[in-house]
Write a protein that binds this ligand. Sequence first.
Ligand code: SF4
Length: 403
Amino acid sequence: MNQTPRGNRLHIALFGRRNVGKSSLINALTNQDIALVSDLAGTTTDPVYKAMEILPIGPVLIIDTAGIDDVGMIGELRIEKTKEVLNKTDLALIVTTKEYGIGSYEKEIIETIKEKNIPIVVVENKSDIQEATTEKRREKENQNYPFVEVSAKNGEGIDRLKEKIIETAPKEVEISLMDGLVKKGDVVVLVTPIDSAAPKGRMILPQVQAIRDILDHDAFMVVCKESELEDALGRLSRPPDLVVTDSQAFSVVSKILPREIPLTSFSILFARHKGDLEELVKGVKAIENLQEGDEVLIAEGCTHHRQEDDIGTVKIPNWLQRRIGGKLKFSWVAGTKFEEDLTKYKLIVHCGSCMHNRREMLNRISRAKAAGVPMVNYGVLIADVTGILDRALEPFKLIIKEI
Ligand code: SF4
């Protein structure tokens, strides 16, 4: 169940006052007793992220915003924290009760969510114990949002809520890896070097995801190492429709593969899957304008164990400085933190963002754009540094005009 990467899950955030039963609602939705439930208001204090399966919705990431629901919390701070969560939210559940209806608290949150164009479902919990006043009924009727009455306690209305979530959730949460590149009946060759850096006994996530996505497109595939590529091509009765290789093997593969066969890399597939390939390619072109002393922000989606030759702190700074022939000033951020004021930077280099969903990455790209700062990601930058970018982008040229 928890094998689906976090970044590929539908992100559902619950907003509501402290005592409307958000934690009980999560338990009722998931049929599990995992959220901390208490009769005391505000048992949990920070937004909590939980990867889970809601049948029949599928893998989701629930964001329990218990920490930012305090009506006593100063409005501005609450809005700021809400916005932080909303940067990654695909669907917002406003949880209320008959007693509260859509009061000023709920309206404030709804206004913030509306600015971000995120779909909303209003959930009125505790249907088993409370009666709405006439005034609250009227308020409710004035709302145009999908609305469901539930009792998290006895399970009433939970199935209706799941149906509403399915109806309301955005359909285009993700662009799949192979969308527009592979169609039914196509033959794809995946080239996956198995060297000392490859994890023992398993494939890495991008390869596994690519295999699954090719199957989802009703296409066939051959998976081989670069050393077996010639042999594999010779055994096929027709040339493959697409070849995808690990970036490290790109130059070897591109020499073996006839020029007319489309070739790209896993990291370019992911750059589009997670972000906006067009913007990231514009970002890599901006490297030419960097000058000695310019500030560059390197952003990573999580704090991970750094190896000696770490990509974010060693390799990328070295590549960039070698390219411009001078020293640059680097800053680093990791995790959910992304600097408020980006204007001092001349370039932002972002990791592949496997822990983020597409919405969050797009949000970061548009914030960089609004601040006038070009942004590139590791995948596109590595493709550029290793001289493979142009050929690796060719398969996308029919889909994305501006690259
Ligand atoms: S790509 Fe980003 S989010 Fe994924 S492991 Fe690396 S640093 Fe973390």
